[in-house]
Ligand binder design. Structure first.
Ligand SMILES: *[C@@H]1O[C@H](CO)[C@@H](O)[C@H](O)[C@H]1NC(C)=O
Ligand SMILES: *[C@@H]1O[C@H](CO)[C@@H](O)[C@H](O)[C@H]1NC(C)=O
Ligand SMILES: *[C@@H]1O[C@H](CO)[C@@H](O)[C@H](O)[C@H]1NC(C)=O
Ligand SMILES: *[C@@H]1O[C@H](CO)[C@@H](O)[C@H](O)[C@H]1NC(C)=O
Ligand SMILES: *[C@@H]1O[C@H](CO)[C@@H](O)[C@H](O)[C@H]1NC(C)=O
Length: 466
């Protein structure tokens, strides 16, 4: 009895196996003759899935579903010549679809309706000008969506309504300029958002409201003149912010206020950034990595720019990596940050003024490769010397300040001497006047009499007139 049942079970399994194989191979016969297919095993041995790679095959129309292996797990159709996508046939297994670099300009709104398992969709580098509001309606398992480098000027406000599982979204390289304020609201689990190169100069304050999982925002190569703090602040878990290549002129207390959990800030290649004001990075106690390099106009980092970044209890900070390479800094305040305790500090390619205020750098234990190219730019006699090789007693302050102080002292000294001279003169004059008062009186009277003498002389000269 038992053996018979076992035999039956074995037979059934074998038949099933054969069916699966036959189907997989029959399907594979078609598309896999000109695309490359690889078989992968699922969780149980019975399940076999196929990854199909049809990249760079000059395909103009998406291959019919009848030609696909039935359990196609992924389909790479990148770098072909597809211009239009009508409806892709039903496939309950497809998780990954890559349609990048095809010059696609039109996608029918039901195109993806029959792909309920789809998790990753890549439409990067096509010619999409607009998308229908229902285009992703049935893709409620979508986790990654790449719409970068298309021609999208806007998106319908409710296009992501069903993407509750989306964690990764890139809209980079589209001429948006403005993102509708409710567009991202349904994306409750979004973690990564790329809005680089979208011509943006403003983010609606509530744009990230309710995106409590958002950790990374990329805003590089845009038109921001200020950090869009208010919008960013509503993403409470934000950890990484990339603002490189934006026309921001100054960073200050307002720039990062409220971004409590930020770990990484990148602000490089900013053409007009000139000043980092006091308290800019204060209270960013989770900051680990600060990228502030290649800002050609950046001349000053305020002595108090990092004030309050140390944890008040432990007096420690998480910041361990600061890149200040290739700016226009000529000095760096020793007490602004425990610079020498950082794991990596890159100060190369700045016009450093090697005076007494920069002497501390010599005692800093920096990585070899970061030390070698650290050069003095001023004073004249030290220009192009490697800072680490300049003797400590050469870091002298001839700064304008001390020059001023000297000038000031000299003026004060002259004024005091002048006052003393005047007082002495008055005193001498007064005492002389006092002691010689009789003589002076006499002289004065004599003078008066003398003037009467004119009369006298006159009378004498012409006695006949009297
Ligand atoms: C498909 O093949 C191309 C080379 O033709 C390769 O660059 C690409 O990474 C492959 N795609 C996948 C998903 O493996
Ligand atoms: C799709 O393919 C392109 C080119 O092979 C690749 O750059 C891109 O990363 C792929 N997309 C996804 C989502 O993996
Ligand atoms: C973008 O797609 C075009 C074809 O439409 C291709 O020639 C080009 O190499 C792609 N660019 C990138 C960066 O992948
Ligand atoms: C892309 O398609 C448009 C028409 O939709 C065509 O004018 C253009 O030349 C195509 N570009 C490339 C790189 O094939
Ligand atoms: C320094 O910055 C300038 C201007 O941003 C940039 O063009 C140059 O490539 C940078 N050099 C290095 C070594 O990073």
């Amino acid at each position: 009895m038992m053996t018979e049942m076992r035999l039956k079970a074995l037979l059934v399994t074998m038949v099933l196996w054969m069916c699966v194989f036959a189907k997989a191979i029959r399907g594979a016969d078609n598309i896999c003759t000109f695309c490359s297919c690889t078989t992968v095993t699922g969780k149980s041995v019975v399940e076999t899935f196929v990854n199909v790679n049809c990249s760079r095959k000059n395909i103009e129309i998406p291959p019919s579903g009848a030609l696909w292996p039935s359990k196609t797990l992924s389909m790479d159709l990148s770098f072909n010549s597809i211009n239009v996508i009508n409806v892709l046939e039903n496939n309950n297994f497809l998780k990954y679809l890559n349609l990048s670099s095809n010059n696609i300009s039109l996608i029918e709104y039901q195109a993806f309706n029959e792909l309920p398992a789809l998790q990753k969709l890549c439409l990067k580098n096509n010619s999409l000008g607009d998308l229908h509001q229902d285009i992703f309606k049935m893709l409620n398992n979508l986790e990654t969506l790449d719409l970068s480098f298309n021609k999208l000027k806007s998106l319908p406000e409710y296009i992501f309504k069903e993407q509750k599982k989306l964690t990764y979204l890139t809209l980079a390289g589209n001429p948006f300029r403005n993102i509708p304020s409710d567009l991202l609201r349904p994306l409750k689990y979004l973690e990564y958002l790329d809005l680089s190169l979208t011509g943006n100069y403003f983010l609606t304050p509530g744009l990230f409201h309710e995106l409590t999982w958002l950790k990374v925002v990329k805003l590089t190569k845009n038109e921001f003149q200020d950090v869009p703090t208010v919008a960013l602040r509503s993403a409470e878990e934000l950890e990484e912010i990339y603002l490189d290549e934006n026309p921001i002129t100054e960073l200050n207390l307002k720039s990062f206020t409220g971004l409590q959990k930020i770990r990484i800030i990148s602000l490089s290649n900013m053409p007009v950034l000139g000043y980092v004001d006091e308290l800019t990075f204060s209270k960013l106690r989770h900051l680990e990595f600060l990228n502030l390099h290649s800002n050609p106009q950046l001349e000053v980092i305020h002595a108090l720019a990092f004030k309050g970044i140390l944890d008040p209890k432990s007096n420690q900070m998480r910041l361990n990596n600061v890149n200040l390479r290739n700016n226009s800094l000529n000095t760096l305040y020793e007490d602004a940050l425990p610079w020498c305790k950082l794991e990596t500090l890159d100060l190369r390619d700045n016009p450093w003024n090697c005076d007494c205020k920069l002497k501390w750098i010599k005692n800093c234990n920096m990585k070899e490769e970061l030390k070698d190219l650290l050069l003095c730019h001023a004073p004249e006699n030290l220009r192009s010397n490697v800072i680490m090789t300049v003797p400590e007693d050469q870091f002298i302050c001839h700064s304008k300040e001390s020059h001023w102080r000297e000038m000031h002292n000299r003026i004060v000294r002259s004024i005091i001497i002048g006052i003393i001279c005047v007082i002495s003169f008055i005193l001498v004059f007064a005492s002389l006047t006092y002691f010689k008062r009789d003589k002076i009186m006499e002289w004065w009277l004599a003078k008066r009499r003398g003037s009467g003498a004119v009369y006298y002389v006159k009378a004498k000269s012409f006695p006949e007139d009297i």
